[in-house]
Design a protein around this ligand. Sequence first.
Ligand SMILES: NC(=O)C1=CN([C@@H]2O[C@H](COP(=O)(O)OP(=O)(O)OC[C@H]3O[C@@H](n4cnc5c(N)ncnc54)[C@H](OP(=O)(O)O)[C@@H]3O)[C@@H](O)[C@H]2O)[C@@H](O)CC1
Ligand SMILES: Nc1ncnc2c1ncn2[C@@H]1O[C@H](COP(=O)(O)OP(=O)(O)O)[C@@H](O)[C@H]1O
Ligand SMILES: [K+]
Length: 501
Amino acid sequence: MLPLLTAQQIRQADAHTVITEPISSVNLMERASKAFVGWFINHFQDKDLTIAVYCGTGNNGGDGLAIARMLYDHRYLNIDVKIARFSDNATEDFNTNLDRIKNMGLDLHELKRDGVLPAENASILIDALLGSGLNKPLSGDYEQLAQHINALNKTVVAVDVPTGFLPDGEMAADATVVKADLVITFQQPKLNFLLPESAPHINCWEVVNIGLDEGFVQSLESSYQFVSEKDIKSILKPRKRFSNKGTYGHALIIAGQAKTMGAALLSSAGSAYAGAGLTTACIPESGLTALNTYLPELMAIIRKEGALPDVNWEQFTAIAIGPGLGKDTAALNLLTAVFENYNKPIVVDADALNLLAENTSLWQNVPEGTILTPHMKEFDRLFGKHNNWWQRLQTATKMAAKHHICIVLKNDYTMVATPDGKAYFNSTSNAAMATGGMGDVLTGIITSLLAQKYSPQDACIAGVYLHGKAGDELATPNRMNVVLPGRLAQQLPLTMAKLTA
Ligand SMILES: NC(=O)C1=CN([C@@H]2O[C@H](COP(=O)(O)OP(=O)(O)OC[C@H]3O[C@@H](n4cnc5c(N)ncnc54)[C@H](OP(=O)(O)O)[C@@H]3O)[C@@H](O)[C@H]2O)[C@@H](O)CC1
Ligand SMILES: Nc1ncnc2c1ncn2[C@@H]1O[C@H](COP(=O)(O)OP(=O)(O)O)[C@@H](O)[C@H]1O
Ligand SMILES: [K+]
């Protein structure tokens, strides 16, 4: 896992690295700038590019100066450096880099506090005005310059963090931020890059390693982690010789009404394709033909109107409830029965989440290790209205700890909050997956992994990763506009095979 630190913790890691490596802070700046330039020249190979580097007078600006110098050394000769002298303060490493660049023959201009904004002929702007040192919203000269840059409509590459963007914590919805086509960020994605509020400001980001002390970074035991393929490979267990269907558990999916049978089919397919030994769908009678036609491998328990189905609960190694279930009395009775009769972790999704939100007494019977899989609206119904995703992240970790459950809060970079108060951000999935029924398949996958005896935490982290990875495998190479959930389910055996090979 890649620990995701707050800006303050990054500063600590920075200071620690300077002392223990040891490396001077200006050489650490040199290393960071070199990493930026390495990425930049690989992707912008035309040396005739006209580039303007906008520098503040802090360390982000110091990076900007070092980057301009290095690009010039790489024969990018059309570089114009603009230094925003909006503050009387400048850091030592900024000043050192200013001395280094002064006599190189590059164009250096200073922007004063007088509000006169520069004309701009360059095609690429490098934003090194402010980085992770942002401690208040932009105002005055900085805000005007940021608005001016945005109005230019040029390609903007930001150093570490776009100017005005808060790396972590709650950012005002109307904050002025330099709009970056690309952010080349140091060491790790900043937490707020992973939340939807970043969408208007950041088109894409890339991480470059600057060699902060790994041991120290780990020792901070960050509450936030970024999941990578390596982590999933160490979670997933390959299927064994001499195993049989009993080895891989029996999943029960309680889902669907006559008009939403698709939800039951898709979640059951997710379970079967993710490798449960057996998958049974608990569905209304009207859906039986559809079930057998769609996937004959599935078994059924029929729900008759007005009666609870006769279920031998203990027979199942994992149970999910909710997709397409509706919120009528029968659905509520079913959910109550599941909570009362089954004491192992249960996957609760969709309408079952809405029922839980409306019937809070149900909470007392939620088994430890249970998994909730809300999207944003379901999450807010459960835990109250939130103004932004930072707040949701805090609530998710708090509620997971309070109820001893896992909460899978779905989005791009779906986060899994676990009972120990941590949050794991997923690194797969794409916008082609934004289509109805996709969450149903995820519910099936997580239930399947639970049935196969993965811990609730591993089932969530691996399930979310596999779901997104299958979506990426289908969408990315073929530039698919949309990936349908049923097709994604079918991709799972291949995705899992690659990760367990
Ligand atoms: N470990 C790493 O990752 C490494 C990081 N490095 C680089 O350092 C960057 C962080 O540098 P930094 O700490 O000097 O802060 P930076 O963003 O340049 O801001 C400068 C000053 O501006 C001020 N200020 C704040 N908000 C403001 C506002 N709204 N409007 C006006 N002013 C505002 C505030 O000063 P204050 O006003 O509080 O006195 C602040 O101190 C980081 O992003 C990366 O590029 C690498 O070089 C090496 C390794
Ligand atoms: N833009 C996106 N980028 C990445 N993943 C997405 C995107 N949109 C949706 N998804 C994924 O698709 C699933 C949608 O779930 P949900 O909203 O519950 O769908 P449904 O209720 O239709 O089944 C989630 O797992 C989510 O992470
Ligand atoms: K910046």
